[in-house]
Design a protein around this ligand. Structure first.
Ligand SMILES: [Zn+2]
Length: 592
């Protein structure tokens, strides 16, 4: 089995060299640096990392792309009239700015809901209001993360207030443009200023509304513009197939000290760069280690710039990308909600079991967190790794957050040294190291695309059930069945090559086929907007071209919308079938 390969000797040599001291020094140093994208503190963090790399002789480059970056400034909210009160609020990256001028209007509360879990947090959950919100300031529950909450453009509201779930107001970003915008992503920012308020203050405003009409005045300042940000990429060349590479990456920028999100990840990247460089004679393929800026304040601007700029290289040569965000946090002792594409489930399960003895839950990666390579069609596993057990979250009365191991210090002033945990960090670094060694050194990549096709088949079956007689998915289902049959023969051959070397011509060929499989299957399953574009930062359902089929059941047969949906699905299925057939032809050619 290609996903079961391991080299115990190399793993133990590398694991024995991973220490906590060097990474802990990174975390401590970063606790004095507020790493806003493009800031002087962030450049200091770049200097720290590149000094270390230079000392060890690890080759690296610092790129300085110009990206659209948005830094929230001060914001105010006060009730107008007798006994007017002021409240503490924060505005978000990419919120329109009032430049400090107040917008005064009647406050309207629209009941919403807080995210129930991380999948929900980045999901498309919308609050529907039947009230007339034109000219009003609307208030609802949520973090104000783009794509959640009120449809502000349609509502006619003049500003929005999001009630956070706890005592702290979480920093965030409201645009759904993934990375710097192009023509296709213009208009993906909210049309009106957005501020966040904490729960007690939000409840106080709700209570005041029960008494009678409330007029409030809000203002904010947001500094949005194209600015230079740093992107650091170290490269440790493999010695058998150096053109094939694994991209190991995480974000350098932060909100405040950003210890759990993402100083611990930056430290992991640096420690593994050190150890892999020291044992570079043992690496068959190349590893690139990248620290991005522009994650928090540019909606993944750094990794997206890299995907754009090195698109041809990534498309031709990238084996997989592995994201590292928020490892090694306090109380994060379990591996739940870990993200991996289906083809990587085997290596993820085996690695975490081997290193920690634990089982993993999780699956399909969310459209979040520097997963900027889906349109290109590159396989991935991990983003977040360990997290707090569910019972502990409940016991502490915590709510869903998007990192820091489930600590609600995430994206707040509280994400300080106490959020990092030495033992958990060491354990997570070992998990990443083993997964990377196996991906770098396994003769045939430890990725099984039969699992990806089975997942696609399952989703198609679900969509067929939703469609009933209104739409026929049998062309796509036949294509998955044919591809699976061909892949069974392909993996029989792959299994027979597992004792060869990485640079054996037959191994090189079969891996080239695996990369082509990924380019077809990942892009059709995770994106809609074309190979060299970026889908928006909002939930992307499986096989997004045909996912709207779930609406069909609710449409009266023969209605306008019914016909529009069927037209959409016919075109969507064409892309799905073409992608599956393309993948099959490439594999069939090689095994004849
Ligand atoms: Zn993060």
């Amino acid at each position: 089995m290609v996903t079961n390969w391991r080299d115990d000797e190399t793993e133990s040599v590398i694991l024995n060299d991973i220490t906590i001291d060097e990474p802990w020094a990174v975390v401590e140093r970063f606790s004095h640096l507020f790493r806003l994208s493009g800031s002087a503190d962030e450049l200091e963090a770049v200097r720290y990392i590149t000094d270390r790399l230079a000392n060890w002789g690890v080759p690296y480059q610092v790129h300085k792309p110009t990206c659209l970056i948005s830094l929230p400034g001060p914001a105010t909210l006060r009730t107008v009239g007798e006994n007017g009160q002021t409240y503490t609020v924060k505005t978000s990256a990419f919120s329109p700015s009032t430049d400090g001028a107040e917008i005064t209007a009647e406050l309207v509360y629209v009941p919403g809901s807080q995210a129930s879990g991380i999948n929900d947090l980045f999901g498309a959950g919308r609050t529907v209001s039947h009230q007339d919100l034109r000219g009003k300031i609307v208030m609802t529950e949520g973090l104000g993360i783009a794509a959640r909450g009120i449809d502000l453009a349609a509502s006619g509201a003049v500003a929005a207030v999001f009630i956070n779930p706890g005592h702290r107001i979480h920093e965030g970003i409201t645009t759904t443009s993934w990375g710097s915008p192009d023509l296709g992503s213009l208009g993906r920012t909210p049309p009106v200023p957005v501020v966040g308020i904490n729960k007690p203050d939000g409840e106080a405003l709700k209570a005041a509304l029960v008494e009678g009409p409330v007029t409030i005045a809000v203002s904010n300042k947001v500094d949005t513009g194209w600015r230079q940000i740093p992107v650091v990429v170290a490269e440790i060349a493999g010695n058998q197939a150096s053109d094939e590479f694994v991209l190991f990456h995480g974000h350098l920028d932060s909100w405040f000290e950003g210890i759990g999100d993402n100083a611990t990840g930056d430290a992991t990247l640096l420690e593994l760069a050190r150890v892999f460089h020291k044992h570079r004679d043992r690496l068959a393929r190349t590893i690139r280690v990248a620290w991005w800026s522009g994650h928090s304040h540019g909606r993944y601007a750094g990794s997206t710039w890299y995907a754009d700029t090195f698109a041809q290289d990534l498309t031709a040569n990238c084996v997989a990308h592995v994201n590292c965000d928020s490892p090694g946090c306090r109380w994060a002792t379990v591996y739940h909600n870990v993200f991996f594409m289906a083809e990587a489930e085997g290596i993820v399960q085996a690695t975490i079991k081997d290193v920690t003895g634990q089982d993993v839950t999780g699956g399909r990666p969310l459209r979040a967190g520097d997963c900027s390579f889906n349109n290109l069609g590159i396989s991935t596993f991990f983003m977040l790794s360990s997290t707090m057990p569910e019972e502990l979250v409940k016991e502490k009365g915590y709510y869903a957050v998007g990192g820091a191991g489930g600590n609600i210090a995430w994206h707040t002033e509280d994400d300080t040294m106490e959020i990092a945990d030495r033992d958990n960090l060491l354990r997570d670094m070992r998990v990443y190291a083993v997964a990377l060694i196996r991906t770098l050194n396994s003769p045939v990549y430890p990725l099984d695309y039969r699992a990806a096709v089975r997942q696609i088949e399952g989703d198609l079956a679900r969509y067929q059930a939703a469609a009933g007689d209104a739409f026929d998915f049998s062309p796509a289902l036949r294509a998955t069945a044919d591809l699976n049959a061909t892949l069974d023969r392909f993996y029989t051959e792959a299994d027979s090559l597992m004792d060869r070397s990485v640079d054996d011509p037959a191994v090189r060929q079969i891996n080239a086929s695996q990369r082509l499989l990924a380019r077809s299957l990942v892009s059709v399953n995770y994106s809609r907007d074309g190979r060299f574009r970026q889908d928006p930062a909002r939930a992307i359902p499986p096989l997004p071209d045909v996912a709207p089929v779930v609406e069909l059941a609710n449409e009266p047969i023969g209605s306008d919308r019914y016909h529009v949906l069927r037209t959409h699905l016919t075109r969507g299925q064409n892309r799905v079938v073409w992608s599956l057939r393309q993948a099959e032809r490439r594999i069939a050619e090689r095994i004849q």
